[in-house]
Design a protein around this ligand. Structure first.
Ligand code: RIB
Length: 303
């Protein structure tokens, strides 16, 4: 019988090139940026850092290019004490990059150049060993969905908890859905995946296809469905938003870290809500992700 512990994050690693602008440009428009910064990011890396900063052991599976961005992102994995021997470099490939505009009202738009993240190879024996020993597998969709499906099927067969953050949204087949313990999406992703513009109908449709569904609703907090029934809603915390990039990833990583420690869904959602509230108060994806101590202090002040 395998001892399950910690979290495996299967996903992307990007260097984020962030342009601070007054507002998001419209089609055909040229704007001057106030400044440009680079920050570590990528949905996979952001979620892995959120897990690690929430004090849960974390292993990452992913791909980097053989370039300076790749080397910097490897340093982040080391600094955050994320086990990274399953993050491989692909010769001649570039590391993933995301070009992000952030407006003064904290809105963003993101264009991703996938680079090494979309390496088409399937999971190796060593990847599968890491997944088999994890308590939770957490994946997103900035990598080929065939790898996500393979990992989810395998993790489920080994008794691990399988969590998919279906971002960016795409069609999900029944095989993948049937292997999920939790599907986490925002309201836009819920509508795209369910092919239903009416949000309550979209959520109900998705909730009927997975064991547990969590829909994040921005300033309105989140809603959790289990076995197709709405279980509870969690309000968001009021904070001054500076940059929302990576807030959803922080929610997912913090939620999964709490679940991997045996916490209840209610506790994990409140913890994740606080972590993502703190994340929007700072610029950048990885730099904005709070530690467990910061989240606990934030929650203690709001009892
Ligand atoms: O979810 C935010 C992330 O999306 C950014 O860090 C960027 O890299 C893109 O992947």
């Amino acid at each position: 019988m395998t001892e399950h512990s910690g979290v495996v994050v299967l996903g992307s690693l990007n260097m984020d090139i962030v342009l601070s602008v007054e507002r998001i440009p419209g089609p055909g428009e040229t704007l001057l940026a106030r400044e440009m910064d680079t920050y570590p990011g990528g949905k996979g890396l952001n979620q892995a850092v959120a897990v690690a900063r929430a004090n849960a052991p974390c292993t990452m599976i992913g791909f980097l290019g053989t370039d300076d961005f790749g080397r910097s992102l490897r340093d982040v994995l080391e600094t955050e004490r994320i086990e990274n021997s399953r993050v491989l470099e692909i010769k001649g490939q570039t590391t993933g990059q995301a070009f992000i505009t952030v407006s003064q009202s904290a809105e963003n738009s993101i264009v991703v150049v996938s680079g090494a993240n979309i390496n088409p190879s399937s999971l190796t024996e060593r990847d599968l060993e890491s997944i088999a020993s994890a308590r939770v597998l957490l994946a997103q969709l900035e990598i080929p969905i065939s790898r996500v499906s393979q990992a989810a099927r395998f993790a489920k067969s080994k008794g691990s908890t399988v969590v998919l953050n279906a971002a960016p949204a795409t069609e999900l087949d029944d095989d993948l859905l049937s292997n999920l313990d939790f599907l986490i999406v925002n309201e836009h992703e819920a509508s795209i995946i369910a092919k239903e513009n009416d949000l309550p109908k979209a959520m109900q449709k998705l909730a009927g296809k997975v064991d547990n569904l969590i829909v994040t609703l921005g300033k309105l907090g989140s809603v959790v469905f289990s076995n197709a029934i709405e279980l509870f809603r969690t309000p968001a915390f009021e904070v001054k938003a500076v940059d929302t990039t990576g807030a959803g990833d922080t929610f997912c990583g913090a939620f999964v870290a709490a679940i991997s420690k045996g916490e209840t869904i209610q506790f994990a959602v409140r913890y994740a809500t606080a972590a993502s509230a703190l994340a929007v108060t700072k610029q950048g994806a990885v730099p904005s992700i709070p530690t467990e101590a910061e989240v606990e202090e934030f929650l203690a002040a709001r009892l």
